[in-house]
Design a protein around this ligand. Structure first.
Ligand code: ADP
Ligand code: MG
Length: 687
């Protein structure tokens, strides 16, 4: 039987030399389905095995690469295992190495063969030995790929082994020209930016000749990742703007001034410009896709309220989607108040809405008798229908995960979309993560806000803090005590929070009303507690992370976070955003004893700054890109090599280039970017 040769990179892997059906299956598990995927299956890290250690110079415990000739090889049968022991020698000495249960090795290590071993120099009873080192038998025909060089270490799964991965990738990158495809960057463009050729970059990223060539390979491939991504994004935006139609909200402009004047406060500069940008988007029939990025407490709700109101005023409907029930309730009440002068009809729908009421509400929206719907995930159920949905707002977008597709938008006339997030990030980065959204930034907080003083407190001083708090409680201020759960399901933590609540209620704060809310509480019960806290019937609110998001009580001036070391910077910042909302001085106490340097750094940053943008940047640095950038719809990471935070200059470069390429129209007509077009046709990026 003739085995078809793989001449096209998109073809199945099982036919590639050294792979076969079994290994192809394992590769599929890590998302590698084609030769092309294989090329982009980059090493997780590298080990520098390029410098050989002389046997006489070994020191105990070192990871070493040793080159020598086989002096002897014997196989010993022990009770349960088979042992192959060899001795190699170089011009400075002799060194034994052993392997267990691999009897076939004996025949590989023929006397006098030159080999390279890589492993740990174990020192035992006065002599060195390598236990199960990686080995490579030097053959003048082959380059050494496992040892004696900067060696790639691949991520593995069941059925994949370093050595076979290396062999396969070496073969693909060095012996299969056809797998490597044409470079999709025109030569002069590439040279101007000082980027290496794609083929050689792919070769070097797998088998770098030196650390310098690895760096320049990485640079080229990072640029490619950004470029392909940005081009795809721009094309998608174009398509959105030309293919889909929205309702133009006729009353958008007029309602802007009416609404602004009706508010109980004067809008900040940031709020005003965000609302203006929204207004000029939604009056058009081109779908708005806008992100409002603003720190906690910057007043994003007003912008949302305006946009929804504009839809209602224009005879259409609006929906406000929020991540939690507590927040849904709060927004519902806020909107009720703000819409009073305008007689805009509003409803609340959550998973705890009773069935009868739910049906009534669904009926109203289906027939178009009611304008605005506020709610949680309950809004996304199949049977929630609208007569004419003109606009959708998604609040606290970061809680929904990066770019969760919103089902509400999938309708023949596309609703305008407004997304709000309290995790501000630097602009160039935002352009990538939220690449298909236009961005409005609300910088700064409403005036009159007092800064929050933040203290990092050792457990020993807890009692003193509580005493201090008690004094302020006496003068009518309120406090949050947060016992965060890492996961809503963590029973032990929850228990601790409940116990602590009992202790404080009967002890330190026995003269005050103390309430408890946590995620496992039935919705209505939780809401009742939140309500009495807001009405100042409760002075101290003990809570798990449910209050992290959006809760607003300007009279609360104190916040304690227990086990603060267990939380990320952004989360801590969000929680702190609950206070400092009124005109009185607020204080935040972080109780925590971090064990790691990074943990200490987080708490130190918290005490130093209150600027959400700065905190987000620090968070990005500490956490690394993985968590932050999330995944594409396919579940693959957004980028394989690139780190938008670290590689910002390349990102900026790639963005500019992508814009020029798309604007030039050459992705349709060909020209010097034809290879890029072909590449994207063949290997589209699903974003
Ligand atoms: P976030 O951006 O965190 O969602 P909110 O919209 O909840 O912030 O606003 C926080 C608080 O600030 C609310 O009590 C709100 O009424 C108030 N607020 C909003 N804008 C202003 C303003 N321009 N001046 C004074 N207070 C404001
Ligand atoms: Mg909010």
């Amino acid at each position: 039987m003739k085995i078809p040769s793989v001449s096209r990179p998109e073809l199945g892997l099982r036919y590639v030399k050294g792979i076969g059906p079994k290994r192809a299956e394992s590769l599929e598990k890590v998302g590698v389905r084609s030769l092309h995927d294989l090329l982009l299956y980059f090493p997780r890290r590298y080990e520098d095995r390029s410098t050989f250690k002389k046997i006489a110079h070994l020191s105990p415990g070192d990871m070493v690469t040793v080159k020598g000739r086989v002096l002897s090889a014997v196989m010993k049968r022990l009770r349960r295992t088979v042992l192959v022991e060899i001795v190699i020698g170089d011009e400075t000495g002799m060194l034994p190495a052993v392997w267990f249960n691999q009897p076939y090795l004996k025949n590989q290590f023929l006397p006098d063969r030159e080999i390279i071993l890589y492993g740990k120099a174990d020192y035992h009873q006065g002599r060195f030995q390598l236990n199960s080192p990686e080995y490579e038998i030097l053959d003048s025909r082959d380059a050494s790929i496992h040892t004696g060089r900067i060696t790639p270490i691949y991520p593995l799964t069941n059925g994949l082994y370093q050595k076979s991965m290396r062999s396969v990738l070496y073969d693909v990158t060095h012996n299969r020209r056809e797998a490597m495809l044409d470079d999709f960057l025109p030569d002069d463009f590439r040279q101007r930016l000082g980027l290496s050729e794609r083929c050689s970059a792919l070769r070097e990223i797998h088998f770098p000749a030196s650390s310098e060539s690895l760096e320049s390979a990485r640079r080229r491939l990072v640029f490619d990742e950004f470029l392909l991504f940005e081009v795809t994004l721009l094309q998608k935006i174009r398509l959105m703007k030309t293919r889909f139609r929205s309702h133009g909200l006729e009353k958008a402009e007029a309602f802007l001034s009416e609404f602004s004047q009706s508010l109980p406060f004067v809008l900040t500069e940031g709020q005003r410009s965000a609302m203006k940008e929204i207004a000029s988007d939604i009056c058009k029939q081109i779908p708005m896709n806008r992100l409002v990025m603003g720190d906690v407490g910057s007043g994003k709700t007003a912008a949302a309220a305006y946009a929804l109101g504009a839809a209602a005023r224009s005879g259409l409907q609006g929906a406000l989607l929020v991540p939690t029930e507590v927040l849904a309730n709060q927004h519902y009440e806020t909107l009720m108040r703000l819409y009073q002068p305008f007689g805009i009809s509003l409803r609340l729908l959550t998973s705890s809405t009773e069935r009868k009421l739910r049906e009534k509400i669904l009926g109203e929206f289906k027939e178009g008798r009611t304008s605005c719907l506020v709610g949680t995930h309950a809004l996304l159920q199949e049977d929630v229908e609208f007569k004419a949905l003109g606009l959708v707002v998604i609040d606290e977008q970061h809680k929904f995960g990066v770019h969760q597709r919103c089902k509400l938008l999938d309708r023949p006339i596309r609703p305008h979309q407004l997304v709000m997030t309290a995790t501000p990030i630097p602009r160039t980065l935002a352009l990538t993560v939220y690449g298909d959204l236009d961005i409005s930034t609300i910088r700064g907080l409403p005036s009159g806000r007092r800064p929050v003083k933040t203290y990092w407190i050792a457990r020993a001083k807890q009692a003193r803090v509580y005493e201090h708090m008690a004094e302020k409680l006496c003068s009518g201020e309120q406090a949050y005590l947060i016992f965060p759960l890492v996961e809503e399901t963590e029973k032990v933590d929850l228990l601790a929070a409940v116990q602590e609540f009992e202790k404080l209620r009967k002890g330190m704060f026995k003269d005050f009303k103390v309430g408890l809310v946590h995620g496992k509480m039935p919705g209505p019960e939780r809401d009742a507690v939140m309500k009495s806290f807001k009405a100042q019937e409760i002075q101290v609110l003990v809570a798990t992370t449910v209050i992290e998001v959006g809760v607003d009580n300007p009279n609360a001036t104190m916040l304690v976070i227990e086990n603060a070391e267990r939380f990320g910077l952004s989360q801590l910042h969000q929680m702190r955003g609950r206070i400092g909302r009124g005109s009185k001085d607020s204080e935040c106490f972080l109780f925590g004893e971090p064990q790691t340097e990074e943990g200490k750094k987080r708490l130190r940053i918290m005490t130093r700054t209150q600027d959400g943008f700065e905190i987000a940047e620090e968070d990005l640095k500490l956490r690394g890109p993985g968590d932050f950038w999330g995944t594409r719809q396919s579940g693959e990471p957004l980028f394989r090599l690139a780190d938008p935070a670290r590689d910002q200059p390349l990102l900026t470069e790639a963005r500019g280039a992508a814009r020029r390429i798309v604007d030039s129209g050459q992705l349709k007509t060909g020209g010097e970017w034809e290879s890029l077009k072909n590449y994207l046709d063949q290997f589209p990026i699903r974003y």
